[in-house]
Design a protein around this ligand. Sequence first.
Ligand code: FES
Length: 101
Amino acid sequence: LSDLVPIAKVDELAAGEGKVIQVRNLEVALFNVAGAFYALENTCCHRGGPLGDGTLKSNSVTCPWHMWEFELATGACVNSPGDRVRTYDVVVDGNTVMIRL
Ligand code: FES
């Protein structure tokens, strides 16, 4: 069973920005890329760096600690094939951003 959980308001997160959100016992990095929202596990699978503070590009985020780069859509690591972080489905309803847990 999966739940849609509200985690943010659309107008809290400007295009090109990311933020870290605590939801239940998880830390989720939420990004707004030109109005499209992506949610990934915040904890980098390399050494645990905060992806929510990473450098955002149109389809990836780069960890601020050692520059591993992850695809926003899949969580796949670009420069270390086979490594990945978890992603969450995002649903936007009006001004509410929800993720599926
Ligand atoms: S902790 Fe993210 S690249 Fe090392």
